[in-house]
Design a protein around this ligand. Structure first.
Ligand code: NAD
Ligand code: TYD
Length: 339
């Protein structure tokens, strides 16, 4: 199988490339990524000369660039897996424009090219955030109405609707996954878990939004990759599949776990002004992917967090280099507003 993976230099995309090349010795992958602040070729170090030798290649380019995408698809491909996105809610609140350009227009460009070149399977990597927020009870199923609350989730929902429309209108063989919050190696330290691990290691404050009681459903990234693999190969076209960790935690719980694992004091916690439009609770019902495709999780929260924390401890140069430059500018502006 020959795959185009977009956004493969980011967190989940790079983990997926490693997962697929490791599992299928005859698969070929082209990674298309325009290397935004979140894209990092260090995430794929040794792939070209190691497990991906002769069957992995990288192209720097924008998914919204029609010519670039067309040029790649002309070579003949079996499937596209679209991870490329602007992915951080706080940045979307700061400036929504690029979220629409990449997440919506970029998806449309990929869909049109997939149609022109008769690609066998188009996979959209989406998020549970398109469903909006839950109250104290209940779960998101695939038939929960879409009700996004942030510019990020609105852009992802827009993309999901386009994917659906290309199936209904043109019969394009599409598949969509909607996963809950991921954690694991190579996650950019702007998201809760890597931000708090790296801040705690540097004895810097951990900025908890609001009362710290918002709930997310956490999944170890490799389990998400295994779910995408199941859907890519065996999912029914036109369908949406939820993927979740069956692991609801408040942000306070996550913070305590990190501080305990690193033997750091609770005094590092700093309550800051809440994120505007902050979704209260996410929880996924993933009965469909379990029963239809036989997917199951391998890592529970304790095991996944141990692996994740160990990775950040072993890879200090990776995150220390990132936590400078544009990253610092964004955080200074964002947290100055939240004091
Ligand atoms: P990330 O921000 O770590 O990586 C995104 C990657 O996309 C980067 O390598 C970036 O350079 C690339 N990219 C951005 N704009 C591009 C463009 N116009 N053209 C080409 N490449 C571009 O994101 P992530 O956390 O790895 O998320 C990957 C996908 O999974 C996203 O679509 C996201 O919505 C979805 N998702 C993420 C989570 C999560 O918890 N992180 C959960 C569910 C779904
Ligand atoms: P995040 O990792 O940004 O993922 P998402 O918003 O896509 O779920 O945030 C996870 C949760 O952690 C969310 O409820 C917001 C909260 N949070 C903080 O309390 N402080 C922070 O500095 C960040 C980045 C997130």
């Amino acid at each position: 199988m020959k795959l185009l993976v977009t956004g493969g230099a980011g967190f989940i995309g790079s983990n997926f490339i490693r997962y697929i090349l490791g599992k299928y010795s005859n698969y070929e992958i082209i990674n298309l990524d325009n290397l935004t602040y979140a894209g990092n070729l260090e995430n794929l170090k040794n792939i070209e000369s190691g497990i991906g030798k002769g069957r992995y290649s990288f192209i720097k380019g924008d998914i919204a660039d029609e010519q670039c995408v067309d040029g790649i698809l002309r070579n003949g491909l079996d499937a596209i897996v679209n991870f490329a996105a602007e992915s951080h809610v706080d940045r979307s609140i700061d400036n929504a424009r690029i979220f629409l350009e990449t997440n919506v227009v970029g998806t449309q460009v990929l869909l049109d090219a997939a149609l022109r070149h008769k690609i066998g399977r188009y996979m959209q990597i989406s998020t549970d955030e398109v469903y909006g927020s839950l109250g104290q009870t209940g779960f998101f199923t695939e038939s929960t109405p879409i009700a996004p609350n942030s510019p990020y989730s609105a852009s992802k929902a827009g993309a999901d609707l386009l994917v659906r429309a290309y199936f209904e209108t043109f019969g394009l063989p599409v598949l969509t996954t909607r996963c809950s919050n991921n954690y694991g190696p190579y996650q950019f330290p702007e998201k809760l878990i890597p931000l708090f691990i790296t801040n705690a290691l540097a004895d810097q404050p951990l900025p908890l939004y609001g009362d710290g009681l918002n709930i997310r459903d956490w999944i170890y990234v490799e389990d998400h990759c295994a779910g995408i693999d199941c859907v890519l190969h065996n999912g029914r076209v036109g369908e949406v599949y939820n993927i979740g960790g069956n692991c609801e935690k408040t942000n306070k719980d996550i913070t305590s776990t990190i501080l305990t694992e690193l033997s750091k004091p609770e005094t590092l916690i700093k309550y800051v002004k809440d994120r505007p439009g902050h979704d209260r609770r996410y929880a996924i019902d993933c009965t469909k992917i379990r029963t239809e495709l036989g997917w199951s999780q391998h890592y529970d929260f304790a095991a996944g967090m141990k692996k994740t924390i160990a990775w950040y401890l072993d890879n200090k140069p990776w995150w220390q280099r990132i936590k400078t430059g544009e990253y610092l500018e964004f955080y200074k502006r964002w947290y100055d507003d939240r004091k």
